[in-house]
Design a protein around this ligand. Sequence first.
Ligand SMILES: Nc1ncnc2c1ncn2[C@@H]1O[C@H](COP(=O)(O)OP(=O)(O)O)[C@@H](O)[C@H]1O
Ligand SMILES: [Mg+2]
Length: 228
Amino acid sequence: MIPIKAENLSFQYRQNSKIILQNIDLTVDKGEILAVAGLSGAGKSTLCYCLCGIIPHVYNGLMTGNVYINGKNTRDLTLPQIATMLGIVFQNPDNQLFSFSVEDEIAFGPENLCVPRSEIERRVTETLKTVGMQEFRHAGPQQLSGGQRQLIALAAVLSLQPEILIFDEAMSQIDSAGKKMVRDMILKLKEEGKTIIMVEHDFENLALADRVLVLRDGRLAPFNGQLL
Ligand SMILES: Nc1ncnc2c1ncn2[C@@H]1O[C@H](COP(=O)(O)OP(=O)(O)O)[C@@H](O)[C@H]1O
Ligand SMILES: [Mg+2]
């Protein structure tokens, strides 16, 4: 089973004449870490939205071609169905966090998937430990710094234990000690056979990847150190 496959994928937002993604073909193998680089505005987040079904299910626009998650066309899946297979950490943690406490934030996903209470409790404790945020369990996400909010957004996605993870510049505001911890976590996820797509600029983070592609003019190409 191929975790992620895009076939001749093109996308254009409604009311924006620019073609953001152009005839993209992409296969991501199980256990692979794929990094995607590219200039700001190149369409990296848009690509993430296509790979996780937010496009076409949430954003309006013209999508042609197909995306398959574990062999199933995203057009035929609902977002809750996708959530059982794939988790995404958005570029801006404020688009992800909406609960009153860190604990509730992390429990929210598993609660919606009807995970038993004791298992949710275990996952909250474990994921907070993974991102080094145990002491903030009862804090409100709004009291936290940008980097801390990114760590909580990561924990919230990890608590769903998806087989496929997308990190859209998910470490951009995290300090260097935190980044080191997240890199270790990503390598551990890979060892467990998870499939990871990360949008990244940071060379230390890019070094984790099995393959680095650059998104440029709506197309993906092998990365040779040049974004332009
Ligand atoms: N909701 C939207 N409606 C119209 N245009 C958008 C929307 N979101 C992003 N865009 C445009 O799509 C292009 C790619 O954006 P994005 O995918 O966020 O790029 P990146 O993540 O590489 O910075 C940009 O030109 C941006 O202005
Ligand atoms: Mg982006």
